[in-house]
Each structure stands twice: as structure tokens, then as C-alpha cells.
Ligand binder design. Structure first.
Ligand SMILES: NC(=O)c1ccc[n+]([C@@H]2O[C@H](COP(=O)([O-])OP(=O)(O)OC[C@H]3O[C@@H](n4cnc5c(N)ncnc54)[C@H](OP(=O)(O)O)[C@@H]3O)[C@@H](O)[C@H]2O)c1
Length: 330
């Protein structure tokens, strides 16, 4: 039996998601909330005091130089993931990096190359992959019990404040719906059907130049289709459907961490599986990271880097099709 050690976690960037993730980290007995790092010491100290971290650092560089840090959760805007992940890897730290993994495929490829060369653990923090409810849905779809999967429909939209300084509408911080929330519908399609043969995508843009809404259609060699949508300018039900020949699987509202999965069968039989929420759902990915580290793995089998690279390549293809540019970054 593999014994779990207690891991010293550090967060790089003390923003909104870092707060939620750290609160869920407390649910895991083998996770020690060790260090917070922000660009300003005061911010890191406040974060550490609020969440219960033992140390606070006023720079990311100081934090990665601390030999006691085992694993770093990178929680800065996607525009900074490349540099911040490389900072951690070059300091020999295992990394859990938020989605979108990077701005471009080229950046992601370099990050993966460095991790593999150095044999250091690196994983994209795609928390949906680790939700028991999502795993159940995927298991049903893949079992073939409902016949072949033919059409996927998935969305994620919310009306975000149109603040040109904040990252969502700021192109220099990777703004736009695609890399922030459009990654989820893209993930829904790739998880079930893999990389599409062809992609069509149309986007609308905000006055800041950031993409505001995007509609995407994927077609696969077997004729399967995925109809995907994200927006920062409207609300949606935030659901995913896997539509098969003899029925359908539905992940209910806020499907990225769903508490119910409904299976409808030809003839009208409908069954709902309940997954009561524990924490906010970020603990599953953190627990998985520690299982991988316990086993001496440098990559996850559930969220392998090959999948992340396929996602990033697909996102590049969508951006080219829809005219979404990040000047100076491709
Ligand atoms: N998995 C999820 O459910 C989920 C949810 C939301 C976001 N995310 C992802 O998590 C990442 C962070 O999102 P967030 O909403 O937490 O962002 P945020 O609160 O706007 O910013 C996070 C941190 O990034 C650093 N930062 C902010 N602006 C910066 C700038 N101009 N230059 C350099 N660093 C800057 C700051 O670090 P300091 O504290 O050091 O100043 C800030 O605390 C994004 O990649 C996002 O896609 C994931």
C-alpha cells in the first residue's frame, strides 16, 4: 500500500480562485496550507491569515526558493501561466496550473517540454475531470449502453462586468470568454470524442477588443457533431448534454461541477444520479495531484499533458477560425 506523505502546498497569486481552491484544500488531511505568494507582501499576508497558510511571501521568486514547498498551485491570469509555471519548474517544484493552461499551444508545448525534461509533475487544474459526477456521465456515455454518441451540446455563459482593466475583458491578460469559460464546452467535446476533424467558429467582440461571445461547431470523422457556446455578455443554463442513439445524458446547471447527472432513455425512462456537494469541488483535483506524487508520477493518467496539448491546439484552431488574437503572442 502506498503511504501518503503530507504535502506543503503554496499558492502563486492570491486572487479569487486561489481563495476557493485553498478553502477546499483544508478538506484534505495530507495537504498542509504552507505558503501564499503575491506580488505584494501585504496581500499575501492577508490571504495567509484568512485561509490559514503558515507563511506569506511578497514575491513569487522568494516562494519558489523555499525548499520546504512541495507543490505550487498557479492561479494567475492565463497570460502569465507560461512564465509562472516555468518559474516553478525551474525551481524544481511540482505544479498544478489553472486553466486555460496557457495563451497558445506554443507556450503550452514549451511548458510541457520543460516538465518532461526535468521529470517534474505538471497538470492542468481542470477540476471538472475529477468530479465524481462528470466521471459517472463519461462512464455511461463510453459504455455504449445508450448507443453511439452522436451530438454534444455544451455551454457556459455569465454576464461579467465590462471592466477593461480586469482580466476578463483585457486582451493583454488573455481576456475573452473562450479561454476563461469556453474551455469547458471544448473540454466536454474532447473528453468524449477527442480532437475534431473540422471546426467552425463565429465570435463577437467587446469594445476592448476582447472576444465576448463565441459559437463553435465541431465535426468528427464518424459524423458526430458538437455544438458549443460561451459568453461573458449573457447568462445561460450552463449545462452539457451527451446525445446518443438511444438516449441522452445531461449534466445539470453549472455542469463543470454538477451535483446531478440525468440519464433519459428511449421510451421515456429517466433516472437522476445525485452527487451531494462537498466543499466547492476543488479538493478532488488537489487529492489527485497528491496521489500522483505519492506514486512518483510526473503526469496524471486522468488529465495527461497530451490531453492539455490537444486542448490548446484545438483552442488555437478555434481562435484562428474566429479571429481571436493575442497581439505579440501569436
Ligand atoms: N477552475 C476554476 O473554477 C476557475 C475559476 C476562476 C478562474 N480560474 C482561472 O484561474 C486563473 C486566475 O483567475 P482569477 O479569477 O482568480 O483571477 P484574478 O483574481 O483576477 O487574479 C489572480 C491573481 O493574478 C495576479 N494578477 C492579477 N492581475 C495581474 C496582472 N495584471 N499581472 C500579473 N498578475 C496579475 C494577482 O496576483 P497577486 O495576488 O500576486 O497580486 C491576482 O491575485 C485564470 O487563469 C482563470 O481562468 C479558474
Amino acid at each position: 500500500m502506498i503511504m501518503s506523505k503530507r504535502y506543503n502546498w503554496a499558492v502563486l497569486g492570491c486572487g479569487r480562485i486561489a481563495r476557493k481552491f485553498s478553502s477546499d484544500l483544508k478538506l484534505l488531511s495530507n495537504a498542509r496550507l504552507y505558503a501564499s505568494a503575491a506580488r505584494e507582501l501585504k496581500r499575501a499576508e492577508e490571504f495567509a491569515a484568512d485561509l490559514g497558510f503558515e507563511k506569506a511571501y511578497g514575491s513569487y521568486e522568494e516562494m519558489v526558493a523555499d525548499p520546504a514547498v512541495d507543490v505550487v498551485y498557479v492561479a494567475t491570469p492565463h497570460s502569465h501561466h507560461h512564465d509562472h509555471v516555468l518559474l516553478c519548474l525551474n525551481a524544481g517544484k511540482a505544479v498544478l496550473n489553472e486553466k486555460a493552461f496557457a495563451l497558445t499551444f506554443a507556450e503550452a508545448r514549451e511548458m510541457v517540454l520543460v516538465a518532461r525534461e526535468k521529470q517534474i509533475f505538471l497538470m492542468e487544474a481542470f477540476w471538472t475531470r475529477f468530479q465524481p459526477s462528470f466521471q459517472k456521465a463519461l462512464e455511461i456515455v463510453r459504455s455504449g449502453d445508450l448507443g453511439a454518441l452522436k451530438v454534444i451540446r455544451s455551454d457556459f455563459a455569465f454576464n461579467a462586468p465590462k471592466d477593461p482593466e480586469k482580466r476578463l475583458y483585457n486582451v493583454s491578460l488573455g481576456g475573452g470568454s473562450l479561454l476563461d469559460i469556453g474551455v469547458y464546452p471544448v473540454f466536454a467535446a474532447l473528453s468524449a470524442l477527442g480532437v475534431p476533424e473540422s471546426i467552425r467558429a463565429l465570435a463577437t467582440f467587446a469594445p476592448t477588443g476582447a472576444e465576448e461571445s463565441i459559437a463553435m461547431v465541431f465535426r468528427y470523422p464518424g459524423g458526430e457533431l458538437a455544438s458549443l457556446f460561451s459568453s461573458l455578455a449573457t447568462y445561460s443554463f450552463v449545462t452539457t448534454e451527451y446525445n446518443c442513439e438511444r438516449g441522452s445524458v445531461r449534466l445539470a446547471r453549472r455542469w463543470m461541477a454538477p451535483t446531478t447527472v440525468t440519464v433519459w432513455r428511449e421510451g421515456g425512462d429517466e433516472k437522476t444520479f445525485d452527487f451531494p456537494a462537498e466543499g466547492m469541488g476543488y479538493q478532488y483535483e488537489a487529492a489527485h495531484v497528491m496521489e500522483c506524487l505519492d506514486a512518483g508520477k510526473t503526469e496524471s493518467d486522468l488529465m495527461p499533458l497530451s490531453f492539455t496539448l490537444a486542448m490548446m491546439e484545438t483552442l488555437d484552431r478555434i481562435r484562428r477560425e474566429a479571429g481571436i488574437l493575442f497581439p505579440g503572442r501569436e
